[in-house]
Design a protein around this ligand. Sequence first.
Ligand code: NCD
Length: 298
Amino acid sequence: MKHFTDIKQLSRKDILELFRLTDYLRDMKPKKRAKQLRHKTIMQLFFENSTRTRVSFELAAKKLGATLINVDIARSSTHKGESLRDTLTTLAAMSADAFVIRHQDSGTAEQARQWLGDTVSIINAGDGNHQHPSQALLDLYTIHRHKGDFSTLKVAICGDIKHSRVASSLIDGLNIMGCQNIHLFGPRHLMPESTPAIMVNRFSSAARAADVLVMLRIQKERMNDTDIPNAEQYLTHYGLTPQRLQLAKPDAIVMHPGPMNRNVEIASEVADGPQSVIQEQVHNGVLTRQAILHHLLA
Ligand code: NCD
């Protein structure tokens, strides 16, 4: 595999192989790990804000011994009118081995792959509302560590699903892993037009007997002002409260890709409660991104 732009590139077997590689690199002696990508150069181009994804790719690259450059988009020549294609071609000419790209437009990673061919590995760190495959992998890894087999699980994904590349890539990833029982709930106008998952119109239908609950932020940056729900009332109608969590299985896990808006889509007690694996997702993000970089570049 040369590029990682869409979780649908992977089979169930590929994903299990990446889980094994994640564990193998996690357990490797740091000194040996730091030799894995010693002469590789990775450039990050983030046209949208990011904390977790950008920093965890950076940490993953550095732990494997690669050179990592964060291209400062705000000060780059795209602000002098240079096209994205020319910026990418210029950086590729500096012998980059991989680009980690986040962009507001769906399809940018795939477009970059077509422009550059196989000269540089393209890793999609989120394109519009389309895909976020490294997030899907870390979410799947986290679920796998808690629940093992996917085929018997009920997963509820709640919130602004329409604008969420996290939701669409996770739904694809769960399908690949054999999970058929995926329920979606959120404000009607924030539900997707079509999906391979099951759309329900009550929180209780989604949450009842769920093994995994995934809560999502309202992605205001992708909406018209009139579509933005009222934050104060949101928790009451659509958020995960301690009462609603009781509908799920007693050992259900609560996930959130971050950034989280406390007491909007998730009550603070739930976010910090014993069933929350939100910080573990962040931790696993570094580990699974090591595996992605190693798989593409080693
Ligand atoms: C998400 C994203 O950027 O798609 N964040 C992330 O990468 N962890 C979700 C979001 O912005 O709400």
